[in-house]
Design a protein around this ligand. Structure first.
Ligand code: NAP
Ligand code: MG
Length: 399
């Protein structure tokens, strides 16, 4: 069989630990035999980030913006223990944070659904995609404690002059105060990323805030989404047969629980933090979540939602074999290959991505899976718990 040709390279961001091992296996077993793979390779492994003073992360993010499609392996975000373990000169920043800042993107996370792995909410038949705003609010707040008898005021200063708003008069008791912000530019980028992703995946978009209570702050989010929708996306949504729906966050939660899934659920930063963990847990496992960062200009970076699976890596280093789930990393590759095929008009490459995902799902549905899934499986087939490499070979047979 002739290998499938590519035109433009994918930006490849290699990573750390167990996922770095799996990265190579996926390429060797599932991609290189079928695709004449073209990538521009960046080694984001912690040793190389140290050696390049983290320049490699910045270069890779710039390349993602230039070429339009990237695929990223999970990477270590160093803490004090990692600084010792890897003898680092400094505690390098989270690569995901650096890449997100350069691409100015929104992260979309969707569960990968398989027959036999039943969500805790059984009516959720279709995946729920969470889009989380990744800037501001309480993650960039300032806080303080005011003693009894004190006062807290908000001082606003702009070209119209100064305005002072009393927050609270702590006459009878001391208490806490918080100041937080967001910016129109970031909210607009978030809104456009959500609208583009909805069009791209042909899914309805839901957005929610608490504008009845927060009449300026949350209302601003609602207004910006609404204005961008009316001016730039309404016609495109109607043509695609999808809808944009705004509601209050509490109403959204109630409706989501009663729904069959299938929508993109756009959330403010804190709401997204909480709701993405709820959705991931309810659907079964972080190793069965796909994740993609989409920039407002339509550049894509695909990754797995989980980390480098350190505990399994230490076993691997001792020569033990592990049953680490590679599905989210396979989906990062298939997502990137499909998007590259779409941009370069290569139907064969797009079809390959579809077949790779289908073979992965069917292999699990036939009863062949890694240990984490074997523990959750409630299907009809006999369960075969496989080591990671054997699972990948089983998928290759199907493919
Ligand atoms: P983790 O790597 O996601 O693993 C936590 C635990 O979840 C594992 O020990 C394992 O449980 C289970 N697990 C996660 N992925 C799995 C998979 N593919 N197959 C089977 N089981 C899986 O999180 P962590 O241990 O908190 O973090 C490890 C490193 O990853 C850290 O250095 C962190 O900075 C980094 N990290 C990177 C990213 C990213 O690059 N996107 C995201 C999160 C964390 P059992 O041990 O019970 O089998
Ligand atoms: Mg969280």
């Amino acid at each position: 069989m002739a290998k499938i040709k590519m035109v433009t390279p994918i930006v490849e961001m290699d990573g750390d630990e167990m996922t770095r091992i799996i990265w190579k296996w996926i390429k060797d077993i599932l991609i290189l035999p079928y695709v004449d793979l073209k990538t521009i390779y960046f080694d984001l492994g912690l040793q190389n980030r140290e050696a390049t003073k983290d320049q490699v992360t910045i270069d890779s993010a710039n390349a993602a913006n230039e070429y339009g499609v990237a695929v990223k392996c999970a990477t270590i975000t160093p803490n004090a223990q990692r600084v010792q373990e890897y003898n680092l000169s400094t505690m390098w920043k989270s690569p995901n944070g650096t890449i997100r800042a350069i691409m100015d993107g929104t992260v979309f996370r969707a569960p990968i659904m398989v027959k036999g792995i039943v969500p805790y909410i059984p009516t959720w038949e279709k995946p729920i995609v969470i889009a989380r705003h990744a800037y501001g609010d309480i993650y960039k707040d300032v806080e303080g404690y005011v003693k009894k008898g004190g006062k807290a005021k908000l001082l606003l200063e702009d070209e119209d002059g100064q305005r002072e708003i009393e927050i609270f008069d702590f006459k009878k008791s001391g208490g806490v105060v918080m100041g937080m912000h967001n910016v129109d530019a970031s909210i607009s980028s978030f809104a456009r990323a959500c609208f583009n992703y909805a069009l791209d995946t042909k899914k309805d978009l839901w957005f929610n805030a608490k504008d009845t209570i927060s009449k300026t702050y949350d209302h601003r989010f609602k207004d910006i989404f609404n204005e961008i929708y009316e001016n730039e996306y309404k016609a495109k949504f109607e043509e695609a047969g999808i809808t944009y729906f705004y509601t209050l966050i509490d109403d959204a939660v109630a409706r989501i629980v009663r729904s069959n899934g299938g929508m993109i659920w756009a959330c403010k930063n804190y709401d997204g933090d909480v709701m993405s963990d709820m959705v991931a847990t309810a659907f079964g496992s972080l190793a069965m979540m796909s994740s993609v960062l989409v920039s407002p200009t339509g550049k894509y970076e695909y990754e797995a939602a989980h980390g480098t699976v350190t505990r399994h890596y230490y076993k691997y280093l001792k020569g033990e074999q592990t049953s680490t789930n590679p599905v989210a990393t396979i989906y990062a590759w298939s997502g990137a290959l499909r998007k590259r095929g779409e941009f370069d008009n290569l139907p064969e490459l797009q079809a390959f991505a579809d077949k790779l995902e289908k073979a992965t799902i069917q292999t699990i549905e036939d009863g062949y899976m890694t240990g984490d899934l074997a523990a959750l499986y409630k299907g009809e087939n006999e369960v075969h718990k496989l080591l990671t490499e054997d699972f990948l070979k089983k998928i290759a047979e199907k493919l």
